[in-house]
Write a protein that binds this ligand. Sequence first.
Ligand code: ADP
Ligand code: MG
Length: 227
Amino acid sequence: NELFILESEKLSLAGQLAAGIAHEIRNPLTAIKGFMKLFQNGVNKAEYIAIISSEISRMESIINELLLLAKPQVNRRQSVDLCQLLNDVHTLLESQAILSSVRMELQFGDEPLYIECDGGEIKQVFINLIKNAIEASNKGGEIVISSKRRDHHIVTTIIDNGSGIPKELLDQIGRPFFSTKVRGTGLGLMISNKIIASHGGSIHIDSSEGEGTTFQVVLPGGKPIGT
Ligand code: ADP
Ligand code: MG
């Protein structure tokens, strides 16, 4: 029956996560331990300190992202204007986009688009998705972020003309720790998916290698103004 399926899926996700965490944390620890040995033997290079520090940052980002998952599900739902939220995310990521020579464009009407949500969590989702789009973009790339009401839902799309996702990798996307990046955690999409699902929404991906990727986030809309 359905409940059983849900439970067993949950278990396997926990199993996948445990194995992933063990692996992802052990590698940097092994490296750091090795450098410690060298220090004890009197070998000391600034380069080693830099590697240690970057490995520690990496463990830190993994742990921070996992803590988001472990956060107790208190009800912090509020009416939030998604346009305002996307404006904030846009501002937050502007410097990263400029540094990568990527243009971001926001498209929505004058009307606010209200959703009932935990604003902090939904912000995290769009930071993840837009960051991914920037990271997938080439110099001169363009990212279009648009949001509109569709029946009782608010549909937000993030379109980039970057690297795209090879077909054979599409079903790996969103698995814990799956990343094609040298310094990726591979947790962003899994967490985003979980947050959107907990808000009664869904995420859809359309991508073609070499041409770009579209992420679509569908969320239940709050009441339109005037009702
Ligand atoms: P991370 O960004 O740490 O690698 P994510 O869970 O955010 O982890 O993304 C997982 C993988 O999905 C990325 O490593 C990348 O291969 C792929 N991906 C996500 N978004 C895009 C995108 N917009 N364009 C191309 N590939 C993407
Ligand atoms: Mg990411």
